[in-house]
Design a protein around this ligand. Structure first.
Ligand code: PEP
Length: 252
């Protein structure tokens, strides 16, 4: 399975700065054996696409999409609109959206299904918060989040889906989850997928890790069984640092 690394700019880099990041990143030496994507704010999709032209490294990703293709949903952006920019991946259910915007498991499931139906790979973010970790609820939380997220997904469609295990206590805190703990969480996620879709589907779903990943610790994750890549926030804001992280993930 190819390793997938996704840069998540979060709410950084509007259209004036997006092109500069893309050009600086593409000037770097980039490994060919990795899938690399960059999740940019919606308003920066056009500038990012203009800088990329037809190039597909990095692939373009969005940070969210609505669960309908058009209609009376003021302020929202649909998967079919994202397709106009050649978006290949889209995050859904990032914990910052769950926390600050009240996104529920059900909304995440609807968004993932609409993206997949449109041909965009949903990157579904799940993970426990600190209180849930302390109460020993990691497995319970992950199983519920995954079950809701895959409720309307198709296992055999042309468009796959990706899970990102992102323990909330680790995002932006400089406290990465130990790789062995991440491995256990990835196993819980994969077995929830297996329960619904069977083993061969579960084996082929990429489950990536996110939470304080940087160029110093990326190798520990990508060499851990069952960890198929990383979602990288803070350490992706500098294009050179993110390129170094990509090279470190795949030194070949
Ligand atoms: C994220 O934004 O999904 C993330 C993992 O952030 P950070 O790498 O900064 O912890």
């Amino acid at each position: 399975m190819r390793t997938l690394l996704i840069a998540n700019w979060k709410m950084h880099y509007g259209p004036m700065k997006a092109g500069g990041w893309i050009r600086a990143f593409r000037r770097e030496r980039l490994p060919k054996d990795l899938d690399i994507a960059v999740a940019v704010p919606h308003v920066s999709l056009a500038a990012s696409r203009a800088s990329l032209g037809r190039a597909s490294i990095p692939a373009l990703a969005a940070q969210d999409a609505f669960w309908a293709q058009d209609g009376a949903f003021t302020g929202e952006v649909s998967p079919s609109m994202l397709l106009e920019f050649g978006v290949q991946f889209c995050l859904v259910g990032h914990s910052e959206r769950r926390i600050y915007l009240g996104e529920t498991d059900e909304m995440v499931g609807k968004k993932a299904a609409t993206l997949q139906a449109a041909g965009i790979v949903p990157v579904i973010c799940v993970g426990e918060n600190e209180a849930q970790l302390k109460k020993g609820e990691v497995s319970k939380v992950l199983k519920a989040q995954v079950a809701a997220a895959i409720a309307s997904l198709k296992p055999d469609g042309k468009t796959p889906f990706v899970f990102a295990y992102e323990p909330v206590w680790s995002i932006g805190t400089g406290k990465p989850c130990p790789p062995q703990k991440a491995k256990e969480a990835h196993e819980i996620i994969r077995s929830a997928i297996q329960k619904k879709f069977g083993q061969s589907v579960a084996e082929h779903v990429r489950v990536i890790y996110g939470g304080s990943v940087d160029a110093h610790n990326i190798s520990e994750y990508v060499t851990t069984t069952g960890v198929n890549g990383a979602l990288v926030g803070g350490a992706s804001l500098d294009p050179r640092a993110f390129a170094l992280l990509c090279r470190t993930a795949n030194p070949a």
